[in-house]
Ligand binder design. Structure first.
Ligand code: NAD
Ligand code: ZN
Ligand code: ZN
Length: 365
């Protein structure tokens, strides 16, 4: 079928063009897209910091309605509202253990543009086109593997549109806290970098019942938003020594910290701001490390733990419905992060994401 998609032919570019989308194959579904979030990882792919095979259609926070089922699909039916998420193979040891975020085939499935069966569904004038993250969701329609979509219990397409980043950014931040750090009720946590991911970590900390939630950023407006999401304290890292400030607030150091800024030096700050027995988690994607961290005194003397985690340690069919439930209960107020854009305004959505003007731009189709 003919669809309209934002296609990247050359590094750093994107244009809305007509493409051909082949029907869903075994285990796949055709989705009529309702909306798609803009994530920093799309920008990394478009600029070829991640070497995705071009031409490609990016977009990996898609939501939509199931339009057609490929052979063998049993968990979904036509008309289901769904959230697309990261792909995984389903057969490696990690997938078999219920840890698809650690799938052995992540690099291939996220970034090489093909589906589980190794083929592509998109083409233009006979040339195969990659679908990023097994989605290619900057498009009016997309094909996804059944295991990469989760049914969403929502009342309308408009409500569904708010939930785009449950498939990536929100599950990354909330999951880092709830699935890996698992903070005790009343405990203290510091979150470095309050973009979509860090804000989600703040919301996760509030859900977990943390007593002291310290948001660290350099943008005053972001710190204000973090407070409206549950941060009890806001620290501007440009105006003070964030580590000293966190130690002061927590009388010695936080029990947990999250690095979600993407600034390599802040991993060291996240560790330095911990009290003994504390745990820090890095969820950001950084460039080449600018700092070498003396891990032994840091981790051994303080009896500290340092984690790294992809996609919030999420097992999507279990975790995404939990997130939808939190949203519907008002405990995950992601609408405070969202601004909607028309598909035609995709370039402005990227500019606003890049400049920081919008925390979570969402395209509507
Ligand atoms: N682990 C995963 O699976 C996963 C998934 C999605 C995104 N990510 C990564 O998570 C990171 C965060 O994503 P995002 O969309 O929230 O990004 P973002 O750019 O919106 O947020 C980064 C925040 O850090 C703040 N910041 C910058 N320099 C700072 C400093 N010196 N001190 C304090 N704060 C500072 C910025 O003001 C901004 O608010 C990115 O690196 C992204 O690639 C990882
Ligand atoms: Zn796997
Ligand atoms: Zn993402």
């Amino acid at each position: 079928m003919k669809i309209k998609a934002a296609i990247t032919h050359e590094k750093g570019t994107m244009s809305l063009e007509e493409l051909e989308l082949a029907p869903p194959q075994k285990g796949q579904v055709l989705v009529k897209m309702v909306a798609c979030g803009v994530c920093h990882t799309d920008e990394a792919g478009i600029n070829q910091l991640i070497p995705v095979a071009l031409p490609a259609v990016f977009g990996h926070e898609g939501v939509g309605v199931v339009e057609e089922l490929g052979p063998g699909v049993t968990s979904l039916k036509k008309g289901d509202r769904i959230i697309m998420t990261f792909p995984s193979c389903g057969v490696c040891d990690y997938c078999a253990e219920g840890h698809p975020y650690a799938c052995d085939n992540i690099n291939t499935l996220f970034f090489n543009g093909s589906y589980l069966d190794g083929t592509k569904r998109l083409s233009q004038n006979g040339t195969a086109v990659s679908s990023f993250f097994g989605q290619g969701a900057f498009a009016t329609y997309a094909v996804a593997d059944e295991r990469n979509v989760v049914k969403a219990d929502v009342a309308s397409d408009d409500e569904l549109a708010y939930l785009c980043s449950l498939g990536c950014g929100v599950q990354t931040g909330v999951g880092a806290v709830l699935n890996r750090l698992r903070p005790k009720k009343g405990s203290s946590i510091a979150v470095f970098g309050c973009g979509g991911v860090g804000m989600s970590a703040v919301m996760g900390a509030a859900i977990a019942g943390c007593g002291t939630i310290i948001a660290v950023d350099v943008a005053p407006s972001r710190l204000e938003t973090a407070k409206s999401l549950g941060a009890t304290h806001a620290v501007n890292g440009r105006e003070c020594d964030a580590v000293e400030e966190i130690r002061k607030i927590t009388k010695g150091g936080a029990q947990y910290s999250v690095e979600s800024s993407g600034v390599p030096a802040l991993t060291l700050q996240a560790l330095n701001s911990l009290r003994r027995n504390g745990a820090a988690i890095v969820v950001s994607v950084t460039g080449p490390a600018e700092v070498s961290i003396a891990l032994e005194p840091m981790l051994m003397n303080k009896s500290a733990t340092l984690y790294g985690l992809t996609e919030g340690g999420s097992n999507p069919p279990i975790f995404i419905p939990e997130l939808v439930k939190y949203y519907r209960e008002g405990r995950l107020p992601i609408d405070k992060l969202v601004k909607f854009y028309k598909f035609e305004d995709i370039k402005r959505a990227f500019e606003d994401s890049h400049s920081g003007a919008t925390i979570k731009p969402i395209l509507r189709f």
